[in-house]
Design a protein around this ligand. Sequence first.
Ligand code: ADP
Ligand code: ZN
Ligand code: ZN
Length: 732
Amino acid sequence: MYIADVLIEHPVNPLDRPFSYLCELPISKGIRVKVPFAAQSLVGYVESVAETTLSEEELEEENGYPLKWISEIIDEKPLLNSELMQVADYLSKITLSPKISCLSVMLPVQFKPSSKNGVGKKYERYVQAVDRDDLKLTPKQKACHDYLRELRRPIRLKEVPYSAAILKKLAEMKAVDILDVEVYRNHYLDIKEKEGWPQLTLPQQKAVEGITNELKHKVCLLYGVTGSGKTEVYLQAARKVLSQQKTVMMLVPEIALTPMMVTRFKERFGPAVAVLHSRLSQGEKYDEYRRILKHEVKIVVGARSAIFAPLENIGLIIMDEEHDQSYKQDSAPRYHTRDIARFRAEYHRCPLVLASATPSIETYARAKKGTYELFELKKRINNQPMPNVTIVDMAKEVSAKNYSLFSRTMRQRLQECIDQHHQAILLLNRRGYSNYLQCKDCGHVVKCPHCDVTLTYHKDEHVMKCHYCDYTTAPVTTCPNCHSRAIYPVGYGTQKVEEMIQKEFRNAKVIRMDVDTTRKKGAHEHLLKAFEKQEANILLGTQMIAKGLDFANVTFVGVLNADQTLNLPDFRANERTFQLLCQVSGRSGRGENMGNVVIQTYNPDHYAIQSASQHNYLAFYQKEIQYRYYGNYPPYCRMVSLEIRGKDEIIVKDRSQQIAVYLKNNATHATVLGPAPSLIYRMNDYYRYRILIKYKNGEGLINALNTIHQHYNRERKEKVTVMIDFNPYTQI
Ligand code: ADP
Ligand code: ZN
Ligand code: ZN
């Protein structure tokens, strides 16, 4: 008899420890089983198995209760290979998350421990003739049978030019065989393969050489301005790695960017490429995942969770736009893709390439120190000039009595661009119609009843929405405070700007791209295709349009409000502003015509805005690294943030203070800041406090955090929970 330790994903409670079950046979670790649990039958994941010589009675005596039996074995083989099992352990360790929740993010939904989902393999019916002459067939049946015989191969049932009734009869007589053949769901089928490879420029050659000359473990930074040919470096490095019978993992930060990268890889490598991102249908994901398991794939292109793909024999991992914050998962387990990538690259002893036009401060600092190998592409391909950037001081517009969202310069340049039949990209980092509705008489602002934030008016759907909890309600027509009817939308969102452009510019045709217009599957691709085909001359959107896009006809980029990211209460606010401005500027002038950029701001002298306008990363880096040094921020320290949340305001405050005291007493090397109320103090009816910890050496700290995690989250001893986030990227 054997005892299996099984991890269980419970729909309500996080059960962060294995439970013991009995089984007759020595099942393998890593498979899923069904087990009885508190009067339910749940799916669990076998973590370990050990033989026992004790009887059931003796085990009961030892445990104090009778052990139950595993009721069903689901998988024949372990779902994760031994490397990915180690990744799961590592993930659990660095995020202090239950192993079961780590497995859940690592596996596609059909393989998740709790999955009861019906998506499976997809089959198509094929038909093949049986070589027989002993049958009495009608002329029509004979014609059909002859047709299939001559083909000498199975053909899709749908393609047979004879009726279903005839085929049915033939099948009954055993004159044909009907076969179910597995087909893969794949919506990238129409990408044509390209012949030939462009001649690399010298800096590109150096990068490809340097990265691939020896496939040992190292971390490289490929720092290249936008349009400098980084993607071509990925492609040719991948080709070299493939020629050595190894595989490649290509990560991109966002779904919006995936189509372009997928196209470029599929053009070169055809069906050897698998694509993984959250916007695929479950069937597509399942198929791609199994194609990887069956070694039919040499390259995986995908967003964050693709880092967990069961690719074997990896020879190269590339992270495009390595600075991008969407590489950080913002729900548990809160991992940074870079950490997992480094772990896997070390395991496979292969290079990890971090690439960006605006590397994160931490990464560039490491490259400068020599910890990472640095490769640079300083110029655009064909020495194309960088766009010409104009900073507009919005305070001066106001003094000149221009109260519009469009400065005079912006207005003029945008119209010129349209008149020349070029295309423009406009960035406004706020979706919806207006920021909020406000009463002109008493100043009352309409807020979410569950959160401490204003409700955003969405004109499209004619509703007010909370962007934090999704609370949605009909727009008020009278002031809830003074009953005045003078309730007006204040501020600008993408919907309102779209409306303004249509009204105020000649021949303007706008495509709007934001969370609201891209909810549907395939919507990103669809909108970008339409813009590429020049069905519109203005692409207006939130930050999702800032990156990766390569449209030759775009000669103007306008940033409507550069201060939005600058004013975020986050030590990375300068960095994010600089990155965003560089990225979005880089969309302009990628074709034959010179590009122009206009940035509107109330902080025209800020170094993030100044250095972005000069395309000067190093100038920005030098200022920013000083700020990090004097403020003691990463890379000079590490950070972890705690969010203490609960429904009882007094208890939340009290426990937050206790936790801070406990940390100060037990993590003596760390600096403990707070507790302070979170930026949005109440969210979704939960009160929230925040503690920020800066540290260099995590020794005492990690133990203390584990104790806190055990007490509040595992054992649920209090009416609050503590969210622990290492290397935090959000501070709301
Ligand atoms: P990045 O990824 O750095 O923004 P890309 O790789 O997209 O730059 O390159 C910008 C443009 O230059 C693309 O249209 C690409 O096809 C082209 N390109 C890149 N490398 C070369 C090369 N060696 N010769 C000719 N064209 C190139
Ligand atoms: Zn009012
Ligand atoms: Zn809300």
